[in-house]
Ligand binder design. Structure first.
Ligand SMILES: [Cu+2]
Length: 260
């Protein structure tokens, strides 16, 4: 078989294509991620955004490598007429390329594993001043929030359909459902957990920015799932107490008294 020199792989043009695509990928990761995601109002959400940026940046050179091979192959090894071999040497015989591929993959997956385990551990270690419990109940198709602190301060129950919590204080959510599985999701706070009937799931957050934020249901729960929307209002300590005192006494909460 005759070899055509022009069909040999040359590293330089490949590296140029790869470097340009990598730079574009990194730019999109850094600029695009914060634009696509909700604005952060807690450390957890800040870490979630940072995680997506770091993982996207780490993935950019890998994706660029795959696109670069395709562009290079299309330009150089496409069919060029009778008598011209249409392909280059198989990559599987190239020890250098295969070693680099396996080595880089091993490094990247190890990095993702360590990052993931650290993030998982920090999610279980949320701590902030004045921890306060809020019982979160999902039902077809609305959210309700009960405040056990009202029983201590005001000697009656308070239940609300919007979530009001004080800024820079720790909020502990006891999340459950009275009917089917719902998903309690406050994107800006980085809070997302299933609300399962018959069980209480706990999750904590320290909101660090006052404001109004969206609350959504994130498990398909029936006809009006998409309308299961309410708001979270993060306020100052003083505003929170004023709001709590303004709430009418409600009948005892039926669902979420948590037995510790
Ligand atoms: Cu739902």
């Amino acid at each position: 078989m005759t070899k055509n020199n022009s069909n040999k792989f040359s590293l330089k043009p490949f590296l140029v294509i790869w470097a340009v695509l990598t730079a574009i990928g990194i730019w999109i990761s850094i600029k695009g991620t914060p634009w696509l995601m909700e604005k952060s109002a807690s450390h957890q959400m800040h870490m979630a955004i940072l995680t997506v940026i770091v993982f996207s940046v780490a993935a950019a050179p890998v994706a660029a490598g795959i696109y670069a091979v395709q562009i290079y192959a299309l330009a150089k090894w496409r069919y060029k007429g009778e008598g011209v071999p249409p392909d280059a040497e198989p990559l599987r015989n190239n020890v250098k390329a295969v070693s680099a591929w396996i080595g880089v993959s091993a490094l990247l997956t190890t990095f993702l594993l360590i990052w993931g385990l650290a993030a998982l551990a920090s999610d279980d270690n949320v701590s902030g001043p004045n921890p306060m419990t809020v019982n979160v109940t999902g039902q077809q198709w609305m959210w309700s929030f009960q405040y056990p602190i009202a029983e201590t301060l005001l000697h009656h129950n308070v239940e609300s359909n919007i979530l009001v919590i004080p800024v820079n204080n720790q909020a502990n959510f006891n999340v459950t459902s009275v009917d089917v599985t719902h998903g309690f999701w406050v994107p800006s706070l980085g809070v997302k957990v299933d609300a399962n009937p018959g069980t209480v799931t706990t999750l904590s957050v320290v909101p660090n920015k006052p404001g109004w934020y969206d609350i959504r249901c994130v498990e398909l729960c029936g006809l009006n799932h998409s309308a299961m929307i309410t708001k979270a209002h993060v306020v100052s300590d003083k505003e929170f107490l004023t709001w709590l005192k303004e709430q009418p006494a409600s009948p005892a909460a039926i669902t979420t008294s948590v037995k510790n």
